[in-house]
Design a protein around this ligand. Structure first.
Ligand code: NDP
Ligand SMILES: N[C@@H](CC=O)C(=O)O
Length: 820
């Protein structure tokens, strides 16, 4: 015998999949003839049988329709594959089996009880039916197919539900059987066996893999093929990690670790017989016949990654036993695990601190209450005298296992793992690593599972491409320009920065849209308009938090005065914020301080380079000086692009309002230009700088000298404001002309010195460093201990859509180097 093939439930589950199964068998027959095939029950049939058994035993619900459905599914396959004249014989055979099944259920209904023994008999019909069916079809095709009931050679003990194979007897029987049937294609029922009395037993759910492995090992085949419905073993569960990909080759040890921690592709015990005989197992996909498969074998081929795969168990409970009496006292662990073994409680993971003060272990959540009760009884004495302080059980947890032979003796793997989880605000509740260094397991809260799997996968498998999940609020001048810039840089970012900025949410004051799979930045505005829901910012933000995506960034590109009330909650949910909106940083100081402190504590970023000087590197430079120990003596600057533009452009003969309109059209003004002309915008900026250097100033500490007459100041609407400006044109003309007569220019300058902020219009001469300005230039001069004799000057365009959006862009990209 060269190989054993095994087809799972989905492979036998429909006409289409059975078509593929037949073609695989036919092509094997053509090429080798030396093979046997094991089948599972049709998908869903085992569950239906168990359910029917339960209902029958409770006498509550009608169970017969479930059996009819099973029967009909088999009949449909017969009608599809077997010509009319041959159908009646096969239908009769299936009907006989189903009638036998009905009798079993009737018996269960009569005695109102279903024992594990009866349950095994009941579920055995699933494999018996599917295998009979496929045997009949192959015979019809003229192949020498032989139905083989594995109960005749898979001999087990009496542990119904999960019996253990008696290998001595089983191997001998397998040899005898296959010697006698070397010329036929043996089609074997998976999952089932029989005990010494000939009663039906089962090998545990997924046991058909085990059947294949047991037969393969007994016959020393060259390879075992497990045909399933996915592309082999993958680096992670593709339903949870969309970037998961097939592992071409994996060692038995790695596969065992991954399957133990939830990778469902192979039934874990099935690896053992193949492993013992060093028989490679190839995992193939019935639904993708071109797929080459994952080979599980002793030697793993060279792997370009440090790890091989990540698996997880979604739900578990962690039991913690602690007490000073456990320190240095031999036997507590022995007693604990003996008790758990006696009670057949499966322990998923164990972790013990070196102090021996506590020991914690993970179990299936449904066992939590029972474990607690058992331990209370078993350790009653230790608890009474205080040696054990208590038994604590934590639920709603998940475990992730990072597995790979490549981790052995490779430094930094756990550092990388813990760092990526930490950066994403994922708390590690417990951890375990065996000295084989094949597996590092971390227990985390269940709510963080998807996020954790994705960031770990990205870190270890796609470290060349990090994904930043972007939520953009504000699609006006800056937001829209940012989208355009992102669209133009996608390839550059991927190639040179290893970054993918994935837009997941977008909103303006009217609509909002979240798409976890991502929104194309090129068409985002159209999609928002077409598919967006009505705006509900709190709901939008709650959804962002609930998505709990790794490396999430909230970009506030609005001028909204309230939106920053959400920042704190975002930080607490480990979401970073990038914003050109100055309101948060110039709000009440205690709120400002709380925001910054929270961001720091949560390890998230709050970036707002564009709050001052738009895209000019003002905040970063200042922060760098402070961080390196410089001391600020004075900050002075022209911080308004709009006012800079106005005093550069406004000449006698031009209307002041017209110049402002031009500034607005060029994208220099605030959405409401009264903010610029009133000095509010400049006041916010200098206040932000003052706070950056550590001063706890409030808005009320700022003296703003007005440049517009009171009537303009009091205009109720933006239109009224422009009207009032028109009326005040003479006033502005005189102001500028008077300075000009003296060879001076007017500049709106903000200054911070001796902890005092002043803002006002200054007349300056040609020697002043702020004399020569162009367009919407800003200029900021930092006089510090180090830049004492000549200040550090930053100068350049300080307003406008392109420069501001690129500043926001740069903040987003800079997150890439920080985030996981
Ligand atoms: N222009 C510049 O040179 C600079 C600007 N900035 C700052 O950039 C920010 C954006 O400016 P700009 O793009 O010109 O402003 P716009 O008025 O052009 O756009 C603002 C956007 O925010 C949206 N919005 C407003 N309120 C809300 C809300 N409550 N919820 C959701 N969306 C909202 C608007 O929605 P809708 O489309 O429905 O109206 C609009 O899409 C401002 O804070 C500004 O101070 C900073 C530095 C320089
Ligand atoms: N309206 C602002 C834009 C940047 O903050 C300005 O004119 O400077």
């Amino acid at each position: 015998m060269e190989k054993i093939l095994k087809f799972g439930g989905t492979s036998c589950g429909s006409v289409e999949s059975i078509q593929s199964v037949l073609s695989v068998i036919e092509s094997n027959w053509k090429s080798s003839k030396q093979f046997a095939v094991v089948f599972s029950a049709m998908s869903g049939v085992t569950n239906s049988l168990l359910e029917a058994g339960k209902w029958a035993s409770q006498g509550k619900e009608p169970y017969l329709p479930l059996i009819e459905t099973i029967e009909t599914r088999h009949f449909e396959v017969i009608k599809h594959f077997i010509p009319l004249k041959g159908q009646s014989q096969v239908i009769a055979h299936i009907r006989t089996l189903v009638n036998e099944l009905r009798d079993v259920l009737k018996g269960i209904a009569l005695v109102k009880e279903i024992s594990p023994k009866t349950s095994d008999l009941l579920v055995s019909f699933g494999e018996r039916l599917s295998t009979s069916l496929i045997t009949a079809i192959l015979k019809e095709k003229g192949l020498p197919a032989l139905f083989v009931d594995a109960r005749q050679f898979i001999k087990t003990n009496d542990t119904f539900g999960k019996s253990e194979v008696d290998f001595v007897q089983t191997n001998a029987l397998i040899h005898t059987f296959f010697e006698q049937h070397a010329q036929e294609i043996c089609l074997i029922t998976g999952f089932i066996g029989s005990n010494a009395q000939g009663e039906t037993t089962t090998l545990g759910r997924g046991g058909s893999d085990y059947t294949a492995s047991v037969i393969g090992a007994a016959l020393d085949v060259k390879e075992i093929e497990i045909w399933t419905d996915v592309d082999g073993m993958m680096t992670a569960d593709p339903r949870k990690v969309s970037n998961a990909f097939t592992i071409p080759s994996i060692s038995y040890a790695e596969a065992m670790e991954l399957t133990h921690f939830g990778a469902k592709v192979i039934y874990p015990p099935s690896l053992q017989p193949a492993f013992a005989k060093n028989i490679p197992i190839r995992v193939l996909n019935t639904f993708n016949l071109n797929f080459k498969g994952t080979v599980v074998s002793k030697e793993q081929k060279p792997n370009p990654y440090i790890i091989t795969g990540i698996s997880s168990i979604d739900s578990l409970a962690l039991v913690n036993l602690q007490g000073s009496g456990m320190i240095g006292v031999a036997g507590v662990s022995a007693k604990l695990f003996t008790v758990l073994a006696r009670e057949k409680i499966s322990v998923i993971l164990i972790s013990q601190a070196s102090s021996e003060h506590s020991i914690c272990f993970a179990i299936e959540p449904q066992n939590a209450i029972r474990v607690s009760e058992i331990l209370e009884v078993e350790f009653a004495q230790e608890m009474a005298i205080g040696d054990i302080e208590g038994i604590d059980i934590q639920s709603n947890l998940s475990v992730i296992a990072v597995v790979g032979e490549g981790m052995r003796k490779h430094t930094g793997v756990s550092g990388k793992l813990f760092s990526v989880l930490g950066k994403n605000g994922i708390n590690i509740v417990a951890t375990a690593q065996g000295s084989s260094e094949l597996n590092i397991s971390v227990v985390i809260e269940q709510k963080d599972l998807s996020k954790a799997l994705n960031v770990i996968h990205e870190t270890f498998f796609f470290s060349k491409l990090k994904t930043l999940h972007l939520f953009l609020v504000g699609t006006g001048l800056i937001g829209k320009t940012l989208l355009d810039q992102l669209a133009g840089q996608e390839r550059y970012l991927a190639k040179y920065r290893g970054l993918k900025v994935k837009l997941v949410g977008i909103a303006n004051s009217r609509q909002q849209l979240i798409q976890e799979k991502g929104i194309d930045v090129k068409t985002a505005l159209g999609q928002l308009a077409q598919h967006g829901k009505s705006q509900d910012l709190p709901a939008f933000i709650e959804k962002i938090k609930a998505l709990n995506l790794p490396n999430s960034i909230f970009a506030d590109c609005t001028a909204d005065k309230q939106i920053y009330s959400h920042y704190l909650g975002l930080f607490k949910s480990n979401i970073s914020v990038v914003t050109p909106n100055k309101v948060a940083n110039s709000g009440p100081y205690p709120l400002y301080a709380e925001l910054h402190q929270t961001a720091l504590e949560k390890g998230v970023k709050f970036l707002y380079e564009t709050n001052v000087g738009a895209g000019l590197p003002v905040i970063n430079t200042l922060q760098g000086l402070i961080a390196s120990g410089d001391r600020f003596e004075k900050i002075e600057g022209i911080l308004s692009g709009t006012l800079s533009f106005i005093f550069n452009q406004f000449k006698p003969g031009r209307s002041f309002a017209e110049v402002l309109r031009e500034a607005k059209a060029k994208g220099y003004t605030e959405p409401d230009p009264r903010e610029d002309l009133s000095g509010m915008d400049v006041a916010r900026k200098i206040l932000i700088l003052s706070r950056e250097i550590g001063l706890k100033l409030e808005f009320s500490d700022i003296t703003i000298e007005k440049i517009i007459p009171p009537a303009c100041e009091q205009a109720a609407t933006v239109d009224d404001f422009f009207l009032e400006l028109e009326k005040a044109n003479d006033y502005f003309e005189k102001m500028v002309a008077s300075a000009s007569e003296r060879g001076h220019v007017l500049r709106y300058i903000a200054a911070l010195e001796n902890q005092k902020i002043t803002i006002g219009l200054r007349e300056i001469d040609a020697q002043h460093p702020f004399y020569q300005m162009d367009g919407a230039d800003n200029v900021i001069a930092f006089t510090t201990k180090r830049y004492h004799d000549r200040p550090l000057v930053i100068k350049g365009p300080g307003a406008g859509a392109e420069v501001t959006a690129s500043g926001v862009f740069a903040d987003i990209v800079s997150m890439g180097s920080y985030l996981a």
